[in-house]
Design a binder for this molecule. Structure first.
Ligand code: ADP
Length: 301
């Protein structure tokens, strides 16, 4: 197959590994810098141009679209879909997963366990918002944050009020969430490919920190997940319409709670921690499932 990898940087671990795994399995792998692709959207024959030439003959495309380029990245991916190229994840599903509020609403509608969560922009009754998620301690998150930045643990209602007021002053959309203390500063990343969890790792926050992000000094280790966790991760990816996803789960007293479903999950942490050839399994998924004009949404929506 001829497979495009939409990525801003060919030197990133995930991009390198996907290229390597594809080549090892006999495919032609082409890295395309998402922001340098340009398109004629008014033409009857959809095309993408890159470095002065039209892109042609691709069977599949692997989107590795960073949060900061979601809008343009999804437009390029949609154009591939309109050309009949098979996407590992569809543009509609990626756009959906990048909207945290919409994602949690979709997951909750399908009965997937979530931490009790409130959303607000400028609440005129902060006390009620805090009560809505069962009071302090609670976690406040800035909607646009990544890598744990803008995620604050408030031990008391007074602290929570001040933090909510501060974010309101900054005109930020926020999420107010029950604090899952029993998770003990750990979360579980389940790497879903198709209808399987192909690898899982536990991330543990460093001492004195509740955020387990590796960027915040957290450490990763192997973990055996329960059948319930496995089922939850697979269902969460399915509800979002993602074939490949990193589903982040908190272990609570009342079962697994989904925190986030990531549509471009990194490969480095999970491959190094589990020793699994995750990139190879992603390519295998394409081998089994790709075909021309199979995008369910055909670039619409
Ligand atoms: P980001 O998307 O910026 O990484 P997250 O929402 O994943 O932000 O939060 C960062 C980390 O904080 C999580 O990995 C988890 O360890 C911890 N955390 C987030 N929400 C909660 C919560 N409601 N209860 C307990 N810990 C949480």
């Amino acid at each position: 197959m001829k497979i495009a990898v939409l990525s801003r940087n060919p030197r990133l671990y995930s991009t390198r590994r996907l290229v390597e795994a594809g080549q090892q399995r006999g495919h032609e792998m082409v890295v395309i810098d998402t922001l340098r692709a340009y398109m004629n959207i008014a033409s009857h024959k959809p095309q993408i141009h890159y470095r002065g030439k039209p892109l042609e003959g691709f069977d599949a495309v692997i989107p590795r679209i960073g949060a900061s380029v979601t809008f343009y990245g999804c437009a390029v991916l949609r154009q591939f879909e309109m050309m009949g190229v098979f996407p590992l994840n569809e543009s509609v599903a990626i756009a959906r997963s990048r909207d945290k509020l919409r994602s949690l609403q979709l997951l909750s509608r399908r009965g997937i366990g979530l931490p009790v969560t409130g959303f607000a922009h400028s609440p005129d009754d902060i006390d009620d918002l805090i009560q809505m998620v069962n009071g302090a301690p609670l976690v406040i998150k800035v909607l646009e944050g990544t890598q744990g930045i803008g995620v604050v643990l408030c031990e008391t209602a007074t602290a929570a009020e001040s933090v909510i007021e501060a974010f309101m002053g900054l005109k930020q959309n926020i999420m107010v969430q029950e604090y899952i203390k029993e998770a003990g500063g750990a979360d579980i990343r389940c790497f879903v490919v198709g209808d399987k969890v192909i690898a899982a790792m536990k991330r543990q926050a460093k001492a004195g920190e509740f955020r387990s992000n590796l960027h915040r000094g957290g450490t990763a280790s192997l973990i055996k997940i329960t059948p319930e966790e496995r089922m939850t991760a697979i269902r969460a990816a399915k509800v979002m319409g993602l074939s490949v996803a990193g589903v982040d789960i908190l272990r609570s007293n009342h079962g697994p709670l989904v925190m986030e479903v990531n549509s471009s999950p990194g490969l480095e942490g999970i491959e190094v921690t589990t020793g699994k050839d995750v990139a190879g399994l992603v390519i295998q998924y394409l081998e089994k499932n790709s075909g021309p004009h199979l995008t369910r949404t055909k670039g619409k929506g």
